[in-house]
Design a protein around this ligand. Sequence first.
Ligand code: ATR
Length: 282
Amino acid sequence: MSDSRETFVNHAFVAGYPIKHSRSPLIHGYWLKQFKIAGTYRAYEVTPEAFPNFMRELKDGTAGLCGGNVTIPHKEAAFRLSDRPDELSAELGAANTLWLEDGAICATNTDGRGFVANLDERAAGWDRISTAVVLGAGGASRAVTQAIRDRGVKTIHVVNRTIEKARELADRFGTPVHAHPMTALAEVMSGAGLFVNTTSLGMDGETAPMIDFSPMAREAVVTDIVYVPLKTPLLAQAEAQGFRIVDGLGMLLHQAVPGFEKWFGRRPVVDETLRQIIIRDM
Ligand code: ATR
């Protein structure tokens, strides 16, 4: 007699194009092992042309997947093609975490939550500030700006090379957000308690412009969402100028928590072993 019992295994994904450099399989693989969950989390290289079909197969079950993450360049399409985007992703127009509920694709965006969780962990009390400066006005900047606005930061100066993009972002978020060109950087930094770099400046050891952080409040925190290298040229400069710095790796780790909990039913913890696993892989 055959055994008709089925072992229920959840399979989750990260879809992107390209996807080779994604660290998400390492993160979720670590937690799956830690909780001894018989699930999988795999990377899928999906071109923009193939993405709508990927979403169809996720929804109708033929993909055999319970949900997953999407990364560049699919975050906007994932939002548009989902059935039940939450408020956070709707305001951003982009989603990075998907899961199935009653045959519908639900969507959220966890980038902002990852960003503030990292600051909470490494710079507790950071949210007592009233003014922040966000460099950059792309997708990452949108998520960061939304998250710090939701934590009550009263004035957020978004500074960007292309001023139109900063204005678009300020229009989207309203009152607390102000748009500025790069030439206004020193001025808006005056007295600010938080500086966030959301641009790729300094990524992979690229040279970054010198920034004088001295106009900022003495106890200000400087953080970068780039995490390769861990100490970006901007962070090194800020540290040398006597400011508290927070690297971007924690944002990557913390943004993964809500997804894992949705797909596998356990709330994972970002610990030092996980951090070291990712650092060794860099
Ligand atoms: P992401 O989704 O990671 O935020 P993005 O949407 O492409 O990526 O946005 C990249 C951001 O980095 C933009 O604000 C971009 O400035 P522009 O809007 O002027 O393009 C900024 N950026 C990238 N390279 C830059 C550079 N060399 N100098 C200044 N800003 C740069």
